[in-house]
Design a protein around this ligand. Structure first.
Ligand SMILES: Nc1nc2c(ncn2[C@@H]2O[C@H](COP(=O)(O)OP(=O)(O)OP(=O)(O)O)[C@@H](O)[C@H]2O)c(=O)[nH]1
Length: 692
């Protein structure tokens, strides 16, 4: 791809950069200034405009002697070109194209046209060198009623072009779809303090929802007229004249799934632990999720009103996870409270404000707004409704914006109290309407100066999303690990370890942690006993981690999630192999020639014991197929009990080569008889894969 910049092109062709930029704008090519690089395609466009016809701009001198007549024509052409450029600002791009045309030579129908975004009838007429009226008539015959300035859809454009035998291509600018590129950096002096955004996490039933409600009721109802709060996915409260924003969906799964989409909205995590119950598995998960996101944790020891409440035990248990109270020489804040009795709520809010201060949370309220989607859905009456959290800048009604892979213009805004508002500043949640599509929680949004640009980028992002969904690029994969390490892109390799028993988890994690290759070491971000779950995969995706399963399998949801999130999942039955694989991958020594591929699964429905043969598993193929020469694994409750070979595969009495989905079969496994009803038999083959 050419990396010529506009000013270079202009210089080479004796043109003013401004004229080049103006022309590109009439062609809907996005350029910001004379330093912008332009693609080959755009250069071609410019050549067509500035070189082909006039051919004078740079060669005027030489041609002077050769042909006077031609020169006159050139002058004429030049005039025609410069005229529209001069008054471009007042008249807009579409008129320019029109104005140019009458002076041009008899208009020829082009062989091919390209466009991006949408076209009005007039735009299309211009591109085809036809009169808009002619197109309007043709459209009418095709059953499309449109006026000159109306946008026509892609199908209609194609139909019209077909009528004229013109090839048509819709261009999507895939470069520059990254919203980060458009975020302007804020000067330090423009930054002001902003409210903290808080997420509440913790084990099931430890009181997350009750705490959220309690904070809302004690704080919101007090000051606000009416006091009926809307559930828009987040709310704000005031304490000591300072605001705090709470995300309304408690739990680390939501938190991390947002993070996996690029949204890091939480500034502080409140870890709720019931004083009578202590640290439970999901408490640990929540800690790991918060740590992976590098978010400070405040511990809320809840249910202090209960009889068995034992806050000391909670503290004790949490020290094992490096959350050490200040009293014991650590730096984790613990607040004892009772959500149900509204006790200790003020203390908690005070502590949140304290941590906010330490974190120096700041934003520029005068910038163009950007932030994240908290929640979004399609409403029957209102169309796409999205709750956005403004993270920087101020969002106004009427602002054009790109949100995830969609775009629009803020039509109306409603805050968490159900009031209509016209503008909202940093750390404020607000529900908006006016988007063309429904974004996803965790998507980022950014306000643009004009609607057209928002639309172009929104459409390009949508296209990119579609392409990416088709693609197979993984987040972090052992296959390209070495490349990433070599390029210095990776400092730490994040790993999640799941195994059948705690002993294996610990052994594996300890060995993995010792690996260090070229300054890159392994960081175990989460461990657990049991099958690999969707939550593990989401955490892996958000943290760019690899998941290692030792004697365990992913459950169905996890398997699907790993596929869609492109998380590299490695399953092992020998600890040494797991360690060696990681080490080799980091050293670039991974032998990628063979890879295991699961080809099918069968459910064991009935057991027949035949003394001569052993246990025959009367099975039903639920997925893929089972083949005679495949390797097999016996899985019970997500745990691999045995891995080996098939001894026999039968349909009724006959030996068969393979059995497809939805068929029954009899399976015997070589040297293994401990098969039970409800077990799963998984068939796999070793497949040769292409080396990168
Ligand atoms: N005694 C007492 N009970 C509480 C307190 N806080 C919550 N509970 C009770 O604990 C139970 C669970 O509370 P929730 O707020 O639903 O817990 P949660 O963590 O949101 O639970 P999930 O949404 O299922 O994860 C409910 O019956 C609450 O009434 C408290 O401070 N004291």
């Amino acid at each position: 791809m050419s990396k010529i910049r506009i000013y270079e092109y202009a210089k080479q062709n004796n043109l003013a950069s401004k004229d080049v930029i103006n022309f590109l704008k009439t062609e809907n090519v996005e350029v910001s200034n004379h330093m912008s690089a332009i693609s080959d395609e755009v250069v071609k466009k410019l050549d067509n405009k500035f070189k082909a016809k006039p051919e004078n701009a740079k060669k005027g001198q030489n041609q002077k002697q050769s042909n006077n007549q031609q020169q006159n024509r050139q002058k004429q052409n030049q005039k025609n070109q410069s005229k529209p450029n001069k008054n471009k600002k007042q008249k807009g791009p579409k008129k320019n194209q029109q104005q140019e045309r009458p002076a041009a030579k008899p208009a020829e129908t082009p062989g091919k046209i390209t466009y991006h975004g949408t076209l009005t009838v007039q735009d299309l007429a211009g591109k085809l060198n036809k009169e808009p009226a002619e197109l309007i008539k043709k459209l009418m015959f095709l059953g499309v009623m449109a006026t000159k300035n109306q946008d026509i859809d892609d199908d209609a454009i194609e139909l019209i072009c077909g009528e004229y035998d013109v090839e048509v291509e819709k261009e999507i600018i895939l470069e520059d779809t990254d919203l980060d590129k458009y975020i302007e950096e804020d000067a330090e002096e423009n930054l002001q303090e902003r409210p903290a955004v808080v997420t509440i996490m913790g084990h099931v039933d430890h009181g997350k929802t009750t705490l959220l409600d309690s904070i809302r009721h004690t704080k919101v109802t007090a000051g606000e007229a009416g006091g009926i709060t809307q559930h828009i996915g987040a709310y704000q409260v005031e304490n000591d004249g300072k605001k705090i924003t709470f995300l309304d969906t408690p739990g680390h799964a939501a938190f991390t799934s947002m993070r996996s989409r690029g949204a890091q909205v939480t500034d502080i995590a409140i870890l709720v632990v019931a004083a009578d119950d202590g640290v439970m598995p999901q408490t640990v998960e929540a800690i790991n999720h918060a740590k992976a996101a590098e978010v400070p944790i405040i511990v809320a020891v809840n249910k202090m009103d209960k009889e068995g409440a034992n806050p000391d035990r909670v503290m004790q248990e949490l020290t094992e996870h490096q959350l050490i109270p200040e009293d014991w020489g650590g730096n984790t804040i613990f607040v004892n409270l009772s959500a149900i009795k509204n006790e200790g709520i003020d203390d908690l809010l005070e502590m949140i404000l304290l941590v906010s201060e330490v974190e120096e949370l700041k934003a520029n309220p005068n910038a163009k707004a950007f932030g994240s989607v908290i929640d979004a859905q399609l409403d029957k009456g209102r169309g796409s409704v999205a709750t956005l959290l403004v993270q920087n800048g101020t969002l106004h009604v009427g602002d054009p914006l790109v949100v995830g892979s969609t775009f629009g213009k803020v039509r109306a805004m409603v805050n968490d109290l159900g009031n209509r508002v016209t503008e909202v500043g940093p750390s404020t949640p607000v529900e908006i309407t006016g988007l063309h599509g429904v974004p996803q929680a965790g998507d980022q949004f950014l306000v643009f100066k004009d609607e057209k640009k928002a639309r172009q980028i929104g459409e390009a992002r949508e296209q990119k999303q579609i392409d990416e969904n088709r693609g197979t690029q993984s987040t972090v994969s052992l296959d390209d690990l070495f490349e990433q390490i070599k390029q210095g892109e990776m400092k730490e390799l994040n790993i999640i370890v799941k195994a059948d028993v705690q002993g294996s988890v610990e052994a594996l994690a300890a060995s993995l942690q010792k690996i260090e290759v070229e300054g890159v070491n392994v960081k175990i971000i989460h461990t657990g006993v049991g099958a690999i779950t969707e939550s593990d995969i989401i955490l892996a995706s958000a943290s760019k981690a690899i998941v290692i399963g030792f004697n365990v399998r992913p459950d169905v949801n996890a398997k699907n999630a790993a596929e869609s999130e492109k998380v590299d999942l490695r399953l092992h039955r020998v600890i040494y192999n797991a360690i060696e694989e990681i080490e080799s991958a980091m050293k670039g020594l991974l032998d990628p020639e063979y890879q295991e591929k699961v080809i099918g699964q069968a459910e064991v429905r009935e057991i027949f014991k035949v003394s001569r043969i052993g246990t025959i598993a009367g099975s039903y193929v639920t997925d893929g197929k089972i083949t005679r020469d495949a390797g097999v694994r016996l899985i019970r409750d997500g745990v691999v009990l045995y891995e080996g070979e098939l001894q026999a595969l039968k349909r009724f009495k006959d030996d068969v080569k393979e059995v497809q989905t939805n068929y029954e079969c009899g399976i015997t496994i070589s040297n293994f008889n401990d098969i039970k009803e409800g077990d799963t038999i998984e068939a796999f083959v070793m497949e040769e894969i292409e080396r990168k």
